[in-house]
Design a protein around this ligand. Structure first.
Ligand code: MN
Length: 410
C-alpha cells in the first residue's frame, strides 16, 4: 500500500500579511502530490490549522483541500476506529485520511477540537490515544496516534498510552511533540520526550510539530520527522531542506520524499560584527541581499540575523534599516533580526522581555500567569489548570465552580 505522509499545513497562517495564501497553496500541492502518486491512504501528523478555533476563511480553505480528494471517487472503503472499549466505523469513497491534532489545535476535554469537526464532516478519522485500522488488497495498516499535548505532560501521556504493535499488520504511530535530541541548543522550544522514550516495535513512528523534515533516525529507530508544508517559524534548519511530502510503501517499507513543486524559498543568513557601526551594518546587509537576490525568483523569504557587538554608544534600537526594507520590498519578504549584545541592565531587560513574551499569544501569557500564580500557592496540582483556564476563557463559570467544589469535596 502507498501511504502519503505530511503534516503541519497550518491553514490560516499569515492572515492579513503578504503570505496569507501560502499555507493553502502549499497544502494544496501536498494533497495534489498524494493524489498524483496514487496514495491509498493519507496520514497527517497534526497542526492542519494554525489556530485552535479557525476563522471561517480558514475553514473554507480546509474544505477546499478535502474537496480535492472527493474529485477522485472510487470504491467504498472502511476505517475501523478503536479507543478502549469504544469502536466506530468510518466509510469513504475517496482516499481515506487519518489524522491526529497538533498543539495548535489543542483544546481541553470540555471542548471539541477542529479535527473532530472535520471528522463529523466526513473528511478524516481523528485519533487521540486511539487506533485506526485500514485494510486493502489483503494488507492491514494499523495507525495509532497521540495528538499534540502540552510538552510538560507529553512524556507521562506517552507512557500511560503505551501503544503496542499488532501482529500481522503494518504498524504506524502518529505523534506531534518536540523531541529532545532535535532541539538546537539555542532554541526556546521545550521537550520532555527523548528518542529512547518512543514506542518500540513499529514499522514507522511519525512525528509532526518540528517543522524541518528529518530522516536522521530512520534506520535505527524507524523515526521520521515529517516537517511542515509551510515555513512558519523561520528556523535556520528550515532553510536547509525544501518542504514536501513522504510516500511510504508498506510492502518494502521504503520511504520517498517528494518536494512541493512551487514553494516559497527560504534563506537564512547570519551576519556577525565586532563593534559595528550603522554604516557597516547597512552596507553588509545590502551586499548580502544583492548577492542572494541575483539569482532568485518569485519573492523568497529571507531572514537575516545580525549578531556580535556594536560600537560604543550604539544600541539595537538605533539601527534603522527601513531604507533597506523599502529597497527590497518588491523582491523579497525580508525579516531582519537585530540581536547585538548590549551592556548592562538594558540587555537584561530586553532578554527578560523576550523570554517573558516571546511570540506568545495573550491567551498563552494568561495561562502561564495562572500556572505561575497557582504554583506559588498550596494548590499542589489539585485540578487541571488548562481545563479550568479554557472554561474561564469561554465564560463557563458554573462548570469551573462545579469542578473546583467537586475537588474540594474529596
Ligand atoms: Mn506546527
Amino acid at each position: 500500500m502507498k501511504i502519503a505522509i505530511f503534516s503541519d499545513t497550518h491553514i490560516g497562517f499569515g492572515k492579513n500579511t503578504a503570505r496569507s495564501n501560502e499555507a493553502f497553496d502549499q497544502a494544496k500541492e501536498a494533497f495534489e502530490l498524494a493524489l498524483e502518486k496514487k496514495a491509498d491512504l493519507i496520514l497527517l501528523a497534526g497542526d492542519l490549522f494554525n489556530e485552535a478555533i479557525p476563522s471561517q476563511e480558514a475553514w473554507v480553505q480546509m474544505f477546499k483541500l478535502f474537496s480535492l480528494l472527493r474529485a477522485k471517487k472510487g470504491e467504498l472503503q472502511k476505517i475501523e476506529y478503536k479507543k478502549g472499549e469504544e469502536t466506530r466505523e468510518f466509510l469513504t469513497d475517496c482516499t481515506p485520511v487519518i489524522s491526529i491534532a497538533g498543539t495548535h489545535e489543542f483544546r481541553g476535554k470540555d471542548f471539541k477540537n477542529a479535527l473532530e469537526v472535520l471528522q463529523e464532516a466526513g473528511c478524516l478519522v481523528f485519533i487521540h490515544a486511539a487506533k485506526a485500522v485500514f485494510e486493502k488488497d489483503s494488507e492491514k495498516i494499523v495507525v495509532q496516534g497521540l495528538s499534540g499535548i502540552p510538552e510538560k505532560k507529553a512524556l507521562d501521556a506517552l507512557k500511560m498510552w503505551n501503544p503496542k504493535p499488532e501482529q500481522g499488520a503494518c504498524n504506524l504511530v502518529l505523534l506531534h511533540q518536540s523531541i529532545k535530541e532535535f532541539l538546537p541548543f539555542d532554541d526556546d522550544m521545550v521537550a520532555s520526550i527523548s528518542l529512547a522514550d518512543l514506542p518500540q516495535g513499529f514499522d514507522l513512528v511519525i512525528d509532526g510539530h518540528l517543522h524541518w523534515a528529518s530522516e536522521e533516525h530512520l534506520t535505527e529507530k524507524n523515526f521520521l520527522v515529517t516537517g511542515s508544508t509551510i515555513i512558519t517559524q523561520m528556523k535556520k534548519l528550515e532553510a536547509k531542506k525544501p518542504k514536501g511530502i513522504f510516500i511510504f510503501e508498506s510492502k518494502d517499507k521504503s520511504l520517498q520524499f517528494i518536494t512541493l513543486p512551487k514553494q516559497r524559498k527560504f534563506i537564512f543568513e547570519k551576519l556577525e560584527f565586532k563593534e559595528g557601526t550603522t554604516e557597516q551594518i547597512k552596507e553588509a546587509v545590502e551586499k548580502k541581499l544583492d548577492q542572494i537576490l541575483s539569482n532568485s525568483q518569485n519573492k523568497p523569504l529571507i531572514k537575516i540575523k545580525l549578531k556580535g557587538s556594536l560600537v560604543k554608544g550604539l544600541e539595537n534600537k538605533d539601527i534603522d534599516l527601513r531604507a533597506i526594507q523599502e529597497k527590497f520590498r518588491d523582491k523579497a519578504l525580508l525579516f531582519i533580526d537585530c540581536n547585538f549584545e548590549e551592556e548592562g541592565f538594558k540587555q537584561k531587560l530586553e532578554q527578560l522581555r523576550k523570554t517573558q513574551l516571546g511570540n506568545k499569544s495573550v491567551a498563552a501569557m494568561g495561562f502561564d500567569l495562572l500556572e505561575k500564580n497557582l504554583a506559588e500557592t498550596g494548590f499542589n496540582n489539585a485540578f487541571e489548570v488548562k481545563r479550568v483556564f479554557d472554561l474561564l476563557a469561554e465564560g463557563d463559570i458554573n462548570k469551573v465552580v462545579g469542578l473546583l467544589s467537586e475537588k474540594r469535596g474529596k
